[in-house]
Write a protein that binds this ligand. Structure first.
Ligand code: SF4
Length: 293
């Protein structure tokens, strides 16, 4: 079974304020879908049609959906996310999410342990001052890596097979950091290292040498490191914004390109309005065997 991965950015709201935050979409008169239960149900239904549509267009062999829930902070609106999880399960979607970990309480951790295939924690720095400089603070309290480790351990106790991922965005402020001890303790199945995309700001962006130097200092984790530079990331994700539009990084890396609303024109028309590079997608998702490139 090969699932098509769809990233749904359910909200732009977040309790952190990372300076490079990519979670800023062009607004219109509509509210984020997450606040309208009926629209959420409709969107999940439309998403369930995507494997068939992509298979017809690209000759692929997707059999289902992995819905990757992302933000903003994915778990900020607890009752809303619980509604999405319930609906997604009706369509037998696999579930995964990315979180900064700050709002995960015992109930959410239990639900994630029971219902999710994987959960990714965004950890950009282990240093309190650097976290402050990046903007990873709640009420002036910087992210605490030990708290993240505690939550990871609790999740593993509840669900030993859950895949834990760590996402790290490299920029000028953290490019020299040493993550070896943290990654050893967290023991993720994947460590995704991204070069900061200068989409919304070029402040503190880095060059390829800085990026690969960071990776080279962590080669003992080469089996679990998945690094993506800007070119690999462009047009290689199916991404839905909080208003229910597909969007892609603009080719010139200046902002995003959008489809019309999926709920207004249907997912089949909307997905054709954005550039989606199935070859890059296949490379990133390790789907090479089923696709001739
Ligand atoms: S944690 Fe993610 S969504 Fe929140 S401010 Fe940082 S980059 Fe943006």
């Amino acid at each position: 079974m090969t699932n098509l991965v769809v990233n749904w950015h359910i909200t732009e709201a977040c309790n952190y304020q990372c300076f490079y935050c990519f979670a800023k979409w062009k607004k219109n008169e509509n509210r984020e879908l997450i606040h309208d239960n009926e629209k959420v149900l409709k969107l999940v239904k439309e998403v369930s049609l995507l494997p068939m549509i992509i298979n017809q267009v690209h000759g692929t062999n997707f059999t289902g959906i992995r819905l990757n829930l992302v933000g903003g902070e994915t778990f900020l609106y607890k009752q809303k996310i619980l509604g999405i999880i319930k609906e997604a399960k009706k369509y037998h979607f696999e579930l995964s999410a990315i979180t900064n970990g700050t709002v995960l309480d015992d109930e959410l951790i239990k639900i994630i342990g029971n219902e999710f295939l994987s959960i990714g924690f965004s950890v950009d720095s282990l240093n309190k001052n650097t976290n402050k400089e990046i903007g990873r603070t709640v009420k002036n309290m910087p992210m605490d890596a030990d708290e993240i480790l505690k939550k990871i351990n609790l999740l593993r106790t509840l669900s030993p097979n859950i895949e834990i991922k760590i996402n790290t965005v490299i920029n000028e402020l953290n490019k020299l950091e040493d993550f070896n001890s943290f990654i050893t303790k967290a023991s993720p199945t994947k460590w995704k290292i991204f070069k900061m995309l200068p989409i919304l700001t070029e402040e503190n962006s880095i060059n390829n040498d800085d990026f690969y130097n960071f990776i080279n200092r962590h080669t003992k984790f080469k089996k679990i490191i998945y690094s993506e530079n800007n070119d690999e990331m462009t047009h290689s994700y199916l991404m839905i914004d909080p208003l229910g539009r597909f969007f892609q990084n603009n080719e010139l890396l200046h902002g995003y390109d959008y489809s019309q609303s999926i709920l207004q024109i249907g997912v089949e028309t909307a997905v054709k309005q954005i550039k989606f590079n199935i070859h890059k997608f296949a490379k990133r998702a390790n789907l090479m065997p089923i696709i001739s490139l």
